[in-house]
Write a protein that binds this ligand. Structure first.
Ligand SMILES: [Zn+2]
Length: 285
């Protein structure tokens, strides 16, 4: 998460905890505003209130941790991991229709994971570095195509940096609720995917979803896609690779990092061929 930018990874773990505390304060402000709106609408606020209380408890634990005389990275990572598990337990216990509470808990988990990665980055600096060349195997694209149909489904891809390349190595289905013309990620599935990536020392490298329609034209991002892409790069990685797939096997790579030349996808293996558009591939029949 950009709240823990690289320049901060060289700073003291205690400073990272201070940043985490401030981020949780902002989260508290956002949730209390949402709570006020619920009260205005006379909707049930119990779940969001409980989520806010839990985030405040996490905030207090962070403050206590920051005050410990020996605030070592290993101790912080262990505590952040325990807090993440606790918040995930609450998220899993929330009914699907408690949208505000689920989102609040999921954002809290994202912050805890981002802080944990930033604390750990000093001992494994290669983790957050996405190299310019991003290797994607045709096997994974075929698997993604199989998984995201029928439209619209959503996946996130985990990557790992090896030498001077980043390699996409696994996919997680995070499909959430369908809205009128697009799909959202499910907060719990996404949180579980991020926790799994953290455990395997990989990172969120790609965001994939499927579109109805046929041909390369159907792979163009919608206005909602562009907005979601901005949210993903704000919350996870500015070098994110975005991917749109269609039922007839067209696959578009897109996103700000690709357009600015910061990343360069490269497909390896058989079964997927490049089309006239250098950013669009097609599964061979
Ligand atoms: Zn879309």
């Amino acid at each position: 998460m950009r709240v823990f930018r690289r320049k901060n990874t060289a700073s003291q773990p205690r400073n990272l905890l201070r940043q985490l505390g401030r981020a949780l304060d902002r989260e508290f402000g956002r949730n209390t505003r949402a709570l006020r709106n619920l009260l205005k609408l006379c909707e049930d606020e119990t779940a969001l209130l409980a989520a806010i209380k839990q985030i405040q408890q996490v905030r207090e634990q962070i403050e206590a941790l920051r005050g410990e005389p020996d605030c070592a990275s290993s101790r912080i990572r262990e505590c952040l991991s325990n807090m993440t598990e606790e918040v995930l337990g609450s998220l899993q216990a929330q009914p699907q229709d408690e949208h505000d509470a689920r989102q609040a808990l999921a954002r809290c988990i994202t912050l805890l994971i981002a802080a944990s990665r930033a604390v750990g980055a000093r001992s494994r600096p290669q983790v957050e570095v996405i190299q310019r060349k991003v290797i994607i195997s045709a096997d994974l694209l075929l698997q993604a195509h199989f998984t995201v149909l029928p439209p619209e489904r959503m996946l996130v891809g985990a990557g790992r940096t090896t030498g001077d390349e980043s390699v996409l190595h696994s996919l997680f289905d995070v499909t959430g609720a369908h809205h009128s013309s697009h799909v959202r990620s499910d907060p719990e599935r996404l949180a579980r995917a991020l926790i799994t990536m953290e455990r395997s020392r990989s990172f969120l490298l790609a965001w994939l979803h499927s579109h109805p329609g046929r041909g390369a034209a159907a792979t163009f991002p919608s206005a909602i896609d562009f907005r979601q892409h901005d949210d993903w790069i704000r919350d996870y990685s500015e070098n994110l690779l975005s991917v749109i797939l269609t039922a007839d096997g067209h696959i578009r790579f897109w996103g700000k990092a690709l357009e600015s030349g910061r990343i360069e996808p490269q497909v390896t293996g058989r079964g997927v061929a490049r089309t006239e558009d250098p950013n669009v591939y097609r599964i061979e029949q």
